[in-house]
Design a protein around this ligand. Structure first.
Ligand code: ADP
Length: 607
């Protein structure tokens, strides 16, 4: 900017100087020429007068003796006029010369070839300038033809030029010095003029620099009504339009950003080279990235084969598909991709939806329906077959009829237990089961559980130990708490052989949480089953469980109920055999979920 500013001023100044110098040089030259010409004309006029005067003087002398008088006449006239006077006859011979004595005249060479003499003989008068070898100086000659008596005689005057040359050089000096003064003045004036001419331009440049430097609200000052003023006004108009445009672009951008960020699906735009030029925050989550992928290439953030699944080969049609995204830390995600090509820049808009959970849920649902049908099929078939057998005549055989009806009764109990558990589970999973969280006495709840399981305990002669302090209060839903304990204590009694031991104890954990432990000395559960044990219909030994009237849903219900009350549930092995199921509940209402878990998500009983 600065160089431009100086440049224009300097350029104008230099242009001015060049124009002034050329004008002055040519002016000086013309003046000098004119003066020299004028001076020469004056000299010629005065020389011609002198020549006429000499002619008159010569005519005073009688023609018969004139020839002898030329030398004296030349000498006298030369003295009077202070010039060399020469008389030359028509043949070119010098007959009288003020600078040559009469005795020497015969030695003077013929002058017919002299230019002034030749001109005079043909045009009456002639001039010439040359260096005289006789007087060794520059001389101006003027010759004139006079008719003296019968003869035509050339009278010639020779005027030294040294005074004229002095005059010319003085004149030149004068012109040069006045030109110099004029030049200095003109240079100063042109400097001022160029400065003044660029002042508004400079101001404009400064103001523009301020605007482009960030002060976008500022406008150019319109200080004159000339072209620069017009330019400033136009610039201001452009700036106003630009500001409005920027404001609307910013508004559009904010709207687009808000819309993009409001979309739960990942949205990103790629340019024609595959560089990501726009991405919403959901992209980071969907692709499990650490930071925004904007201005990176897809290949930089995803493995090559995954990129191919995400970006279809170029086509102007909308592409839809699904990819299995392998995650760096292991595991994978199912991503539904919709790619829409943008015609104008051959780019691509990619919409990505994480459908992993939907897929999982669909799979879980399929598994659940398959498992539920499988579980229901056996008792329903037994009921149907037994009923058919009865109808086919077994009713007549009393003992057989009793056996068959007993089997129908057992299977209907099993069916009702199964349907009851399925309903509980579906209520829990659908979220329609509302918990009534309150402070509950653990001792009282366990008391009710013991009552319900008393017969079973007694029939197996189980040694039951209750270590729950009677003053212990927990923040829980009373019926959910009761169902959890019923399922876990019931399982412990069910799977522990006769004369075994079942113990219910409690442990206070850090952060006002309490851990209930139901421990038995039964066969225990091999370690490999632990991760799947709380899944629906998961059984360690399906045959044995069914035999015992188990549905395979008890632990799944326990897990749902405990987690609904913000607790955790788990299982530890017991040495030498047996297992210990545990779950946590808060001691009061203000605790946060998961506050008692260790890093790996299990509860440490030693903590
Ligand atoms: P079920 O109705 O079959 O008991 P659960 O969900 O309550 O279903 O239990 C799932 C499986 O876990 C059972 O089939 C059984 O194999 C195993 N199990 C549960 N509790 C115990 C326990 N205390 N000792 C040994 N195995 C157990």
């Amino acid at each position: 900017m600065a160089s431009l500013k100086i440049g224009i001023q300097l350029k104008l100044f230099v242009y001015f100087l060049v124009i002034i110098s050329m004008t002055m040089a040519s002016g000086g030259f013309i003046i000098e020429e004119f003066l020299v010409h004028w001076r020469m004309e004056n000299i010629q006029i005065s020389l011609l007068r002198h020549l006429r005067f000499i002619e008159l003087m010569a005519k005073e002398i009688p023609p018969s003796v004139l020839h002898e008088h030329y030398p004296q006449l030349a000498k006298r006239m030369g003295d009077v006029l202070d010039m060399r006077v020469t008389f030359i006859d028509e043949g070119g011979w010098v007959v009288g010369d003020s600078a040559v004595s009469s005795s020497q005249l015969s030695t003077v060479e013929n002058h017919k070839s002299r230019p002034e003499v030749q001109q005079a003989l043909s045009h009456e008068a002639g001039t010439s300038t040359r260096h005289s070898s006789t007087t060794s100086e520059d001389l101006y000659y003027m010759a004139y033809v006079a008719r003296l008596g019968e003869d035509r005689v050339v009278i010639r005057l020779a005027r030294p030029l040294h005074d004229l040359q002095n005059e010319i050089s003085q004149l030149r000096m004068l012109i040069l010095s006045s030109l110099l003064v004029a030049f200095v003045l003109a240079a100063f004036m042109s400097g001022m003029a160029s400065r003044m001419a660029t002042r508004s331009l400079r101001t404009m440049v400064q103001q523009t620099a301020r605007i482009t430097g960030g002060d976008q609200r500022s406008r150019l000052e319109i200080s004159s009504q000339d072209e620069i003023g017009g330019l400033a006004a136009s610039f201001n108009t452009v700036l106003n339009h630009l500001e409005q445009l920027m404001a609307s672009v910013a508004l559009e951008r904010d709207r687009l950003k808000a819309v993009l960020e409001g979309i739960v699906d990942g949205v990103m735009a790629l340019d024609a080279y595959g560089r990501i030029i726009l991405a919403n925050h959901a992209v980071i989550q969907v692709l499990s990235l650490k930071m925004t992928p904007v201005s990176r290439f897809l290949e930089e953030i995803l493995p090559r084969d995954q990129v191919d699944g995400l970006v279809p080969p170029y086509s102007d049609k909308v592409y839809q598909g699904e990819i299995e995204l392998k995650l760096k830390g292991g595991g994978s995600k199912r991503i539904q991709v919709t790619a829409v090509p943008t015609q104008s820049d051959r780019g691509l808009i990619i919409l990505m939806r994480d459908v992993t959970e939907r897929h999982r849920m669909q799979q879980v649902q399929r598994d659940f329906i398959a498992s539920a049908s499988h579980e229901l099929r056996t008792p329903v078939s037994i009921v149907r077959l037994n009923a058919e057998t009865l109808l086919d005549g077994a009713l007549e055989e009393h003992e057989m009829a009793i056996t068959l009806v007993e089997a129908i009764f057992r299977q209907s109990l099993r069916l009702s237990q199964l349907i009851g558990d399925l309903l509980d589970l579906s209520r829990l999973e659908s979220g329609s089961h509302h918990l009534n969280l309150t402070m509950v006495s653990a001792f009282d709840v366990l008391g009710r559980v013991e009552e319900g399981l008393f017969n079973m305990m007694e029939s197996k002669n189980i040694c039951y130990i209750n270590q729950i302090p009677d003053e212990l209060m927990v923040f829980a839903d009373p019926s959910a708490f009761e169902q959890i304990l019923t399922n876990l204590v019931g399982n412990a009694i069910k799977y522990t052989p006769a004369d075994g031991q079942v113990e219910v104890k409690v442990k206070r954990l850090a952060g006002d949480w309490v851990c209930f432990m139901i421990q038995d000395n039964g066969p225990g559960i091999p370690e490999e089953h632990h991760p799947l044990l709380f899944n629906r219909f998961y059984r360690v030994d399906p045959g044995r469980s069914r035999e015992m009237g188990g549905t395979g849903l008890g632990l799944a219900i326990v897990k749902h109920l405990v987690e609904a009350m913000a607790g955790k549930v788990g299982l530890d092995a017991v040495e030498p055999h047996g297992c210990c199921f545990w779950f946590t509940l808060p001691l009061h209402s203000t605790l946060e979920k998961g506050a008692v878990s260790d890093d790996d998500g299990t509860h440490s009983h030693d903590s």
